[in-house]
Design a protein around this ligand. Structure first.
Ligand code: ADP
Length: 865
């Protein structure tokens, strides 16, 4: 029976261990793929599918990419969420007996890429692991292989929190144990669009114990263990740049659930999912990649500790006051290269001389940066300057060793400066002397022969030669030169002397290239020793960068410093930071806001498109800005420190998870209501829109009452149900406000100004008019509205007749709602009437006590239903 060739057998054995990856199988100058891998890769990468003999009857599908161009293809596959196993030849093919040995040397996955365009400068590339522990506790570990940052946390109870962390950190890949619950896996993949990988080993070993020995909870160690073993297994190389694992606790930060983060567009917009238009985009005046990444982390985690917030705000104030120092610092920071990622690449062994040159340039900025920061005379600045390790010796080493414009490759020489290494200098002298001798020889030979065009050249095959044109050949003395090569109109010669020098020069050059490479590797190893120090430095630099960024934006956009109070919010002339910026020429209308005892819940009414959502969002964004330590868009700002922010804004369908708008609305509402405390900030925009009027209004009212009675949190609630404004009379902490509009000749003009009291009407038809719906339609709508208002009813209005009102039988919703507030209205709905009739007919004397209770229960049920 036909069987596969030994090489294909080898391929299949290796592939069996990497079923979920594309196996890049090294064959000479190509990486080849076979079987299904080949078919799929040829489609994804748009490369030609071919086939080859493999020992059996049918040919085997095959496609390949050249070894030197592989990185681009690998990147494409990984960006699509696939994994790529790189399988190299691990012995010299010339010495191999039988099939050349091959091994997978690295598995590249979305969470472990080390280079390429997928790595955005100002974004982390996180790989996470989830571990499950008893009592519903999840262990959540994070690593960014490019920077070496590691974090771990225990999340309790709710898987939503895990999803929130995956989303907030932009995780690319999640590692779980192989028997991890399918439901949860599905939820991660569908909602967060990440790759799932498996690792069952989570036991501590010597290699990573030093990263976790400060953690006292075994669960934390195991959570990180899962990640570490996965990295070790896939990367198969030094992970010397991994930093000690930092424990974090989500309770130390303001909680903003995944819905609210999306709704508030903190780091990406709802529509385009891009950074542009988000709060991050507005704030980002950082000048280093490290600062950009930290800014994103700070936005994701506003602080709760007042001292920490004030420390940041004080620094921002200092940087605003010390304008010139800040400008100088900004300029210096611009020259600082991504030290964190550089440290990662040093550990991986893939830095070149140009990287080291940039490291040198970065380090050279440090003394000036240190000087500025240490002279700021501020406790936080003092702390930063103390943490700044200038790494003088490393700067000095790089200054002495690396040439100014080295080539990309580290194997061609021309990297190391003269004077750095004595042996290298000697070889260089030999080579230079040889070349000087050759130049002198050329001159001497020209004079001797009288041939002006005689020249000495060099090529790889013949080495050095003397070239004489055909026309001048007769001038050459006999016997001295040995003919080596004949060209169309010239002859090339050599002499024994020339060959002797040539040997010297070539030997020296070969030695130079080898020695330069050795020296470079030695320097790189020395840099490796500095990795932890460079990482600490990177942290200081990134903090400085974010703080100067806050100062820059606060000054540029005229923000004010927030003051914290225990339970009052007062914003004078507050603005929406992003809308204000994008409006440019148009004037943004600033608005005040007051929330305090006696007015904790603002019920906001006003026309569509008048600015209700914008107003609510601006208050939430202001609170977030204040708690990340930035100044805020207002002329005066007093705020409490909120523990959580919840929003239920807009009608953005969660398309990925396939949930309907109304379901999302209710899930978001639930999340807020279940988790909010009296220290939270709640935003509800047009709750109940996604269902029928009665339903929606009933829910809206019930939610308001619930929040008012049971949560008592600062709440902004916008609604188009005008009926709800009557609640002001009932609920002591609820106050009506509205966005004003004026009417001019049947046109509405939105003033975007928030005023006390309820809006008098909803202007929906005017908006329809603005949208240029047909005039006939608009007129008809006005007509219907008039009738409805006359009838005080929400009944169907027939096209031609006006329906008679029958107040006794048909009660308007408006009046029904009055009943529930105890108004003196005697009219009854059909339902109420039916219930009353039912009560009248009860034969009380014929009832047992149990029957009576049952009857009462039934009546109550009818009334509630
Ligand atoms: P609503 O929630 O009332 O339907 P939005 O908050 O969505 O209205 O605002 C509609 C538009 O009005 C916004 O896109 C913005 O351009 C503009 N707008 C909102 N608030 C202001 C303001 N304070 N000043 C100027 N323009 C504003």
């Amino acid at each position: 029976m036909a069987e596969y060739t030994p090489m294909i057998k080898q391929y299949l054995t290796i592939k069996a261990d990497y079923k979920d990856a594309f196996l890049f199988f090294r064959l000479g100058d190509f990486y080849e793929m076979f079987f299904e891998d080949a078919v799929k890769a040829s489609q994804v990468l748009e490369i030609t599918l071919t086939s080859r003999e493999g020992g059996i009857d049918e040919r085997i599908p095959m496609c390949g990419v050249p070894y030197h161009a592989a990185s681009g293809y690998i990147e494409q596959l990984v960006n699509h969420g696939y994994k790529v196993a790189i399988c190299e030849q691990t012995e010299d093919p010339r010495q191999a007996k039988g099939v050349v040995k091959r091994e997978v040397v690295q598995l590249i996955t979305p969470g472990t890429v080390m280079e390429g365009k997928a790595l955005l400068e100002k974004e982390n590339n996180f790989l996470a692991s989830i571990s499950t522990f008893p009592e519903g506790v999840y262990g959540f570990a994070l690593t960014d292989l490019t920077t070496g940052e590691n974090r771990v946390s225990l999340l309790s109870g709710n898987f939503e929190e895990v999803i929130g962390e995956i989303y907030a950190n932009g995780v690319k890949e999640v590692v779980v144990q192989s028997d991890f619950e399918d439901e949860l896996k599905k939820s991660i993949v569908e909602r967060c669009n990440v790759t799932i990988s498996y690792e069952n080993n989570n036991t501590i070993n010597e290699e990573f114990s030093k990263l976790v020995n400060h953690l006292d909870d075994e669960r934390l160690v195991q959570s990180f263990g899962r990640l570490f073993h996965y990295l070790n297994k896939t990367q198969k190389r030094s992970l010397a740049h991994l930093q000690p694992v930092r424990l974090y606790n989500v309770n130390q930060y303001m909680k903003i659930d995944i819905y609210s983060k999306r709704n508030l567009e903190l780091t990406e917009t709802i529509r385009s999912k891009g950074k542009k238009g988000s709060l991050l985009w507005l704030l980002d005046q950082t000048v280093t990649a490290m600062g950009g990444r930290l800014l994103k982390q700070w936005i994701d985690r506003p602080l709760l500790n007042r001292d920490e917030i004030d420390a940041r705000l004080n620094m921002v104030q200092t940087f605003i006051d010390q304008y010139f120092e800040r400008l100088e610092l900004r300029d210096l920071l611009k020259e600082v290269y991504d030290l964190e990622r550089l440290a990662g690449r040093v550990a991986y062994g893939n830095v070149n001389a140009r990287d080291l040159l940039q490291l040198k340039k970065s380090l050279e900025q440090l003394p000036s940066i240190y000087k500025i920061v240490s002279e700021l005379k501020h406790p936080y600045a003092e702390d930063l300057s103390k943490r700044m390790d200038l790494c003088d010796a490393l700067t000095d080493l790089l200054q002495r060793s690396i040439k100014e414009s080295p080539p990309l490759s580290v194997k061609e020489g021309d990297i190391i400066k003269d004077g750095f290494n004595e042996t290298l200098d000697q070889y260089r002298d030999a080579s230079r002397n040889g070349k000087t001798w050759i130049a002198a020889l050329e001159k001497q030979e020209r004079e001797r022969t009288g041939i002006k065009s005689l020249k000495i050249g060099y090529n790889r095959i013949f080495g050095y030669y003397i070239e004489v044109t055909r026309a001048n050949l007769n001038l050459l003395p006999e016997g001295l030169y040995e003919r080596k090569q004949t060209l169309a109109n010239a002859e090339r010669f050599i002499t024994p002397e020339l060959k002797e020098k040539e040997t010297l020069i070539l030997e020296a050059e070969e030695k130079i290239v080898q020695l330069e490479y050795d020296i470079f590797i030695d320097i790189r190893e020395q840099v490796k020793g500095y990795i932890p120090r460079l990482q600490t430095l990177a942290k200081v630099i990134s903090e400085l960068d974010v703080l100067q960024c806050f100062a820059t934006i606060s000054e540029e956009r005229h923000y004010c410093r927030p003051i914290f109070s225990s339970n009052k919010l007062f914003l004078k002339d507050g603005r929406h930071p992003v809308v204000e910026k994008v409006m440019q020429a148009q004037e943004y209308v600033p608005n005040d806001c007051l929330l305090e005892e006696g007015r904790k819940l603002l019920l906001i009414t006003g026309p569509n498109m008048s600015g209700k959502s914008t107003y609510m969002r601006q208050i939430a964004l202001t609170a977030i800005l204040a708690q990340i330590g930035c100044f805020v868009p207002a002329s005066e700002a007093v705020l409490p420190i909120y523990d959580q922010v919840f929003t239920r804004i807009g009608a953005a369908d969660d398309l990925i998870s396939g949930q309907s708008t109304f379901m999302v609305e209710m899930l978001e509402a639930k999340n807020a209501i279940v988790n909010a405390t009296s220290n939270s900030l709640l935003l509800f925009d047009e709750i109940g829109r996604g269902t029928s009027t009665y339903d929606g209004m009933a829910l809206a009212q019930a939610i308001i009452e619930y929040i008012h009675e049971h949560i008592s949190a600062h709440t902004l609630f916008s609604t188009h149900y005008h009926e709800l404004t009557d609640l002001e009379a009932e609920l002591p902490n609820l106050v009506n406000v509205h966005v004003s509009a004026i009417e001019e000749n049947d046109n509405v003009v939105f003033l975007h100004k928030i005023k006390e009291g309820a809006a008098d009407k909803s202007y929906g038809i005017h908006v329809a008019q603005l949208a240029e719906l047909p005039t006939i339609l608009i007129n008809r709508a006005r007509d219907i509205l008039d009738k409805l208002e006359q009838n005080n009813s929400q009944d169907y209005v027939p096209n031609d007749t006006t329906k008679k009102q029958n107040a006794n039988v048909q009660l308007s919703f408006f009046e029904e709602s009055k009943i529930s507030y105890g108004n003196e209205n005697k009219s009854l709905s059909n339902k109420d009437r039916a219930i009353l009739d039912g009560i009248k007919e009860i034969d009380i004397l014929g009832l047992t006590p149990l029957d009576a209770i049952n009857k009462l229960y039934e009546i109550q049920k009818q009334l509630k239903g």
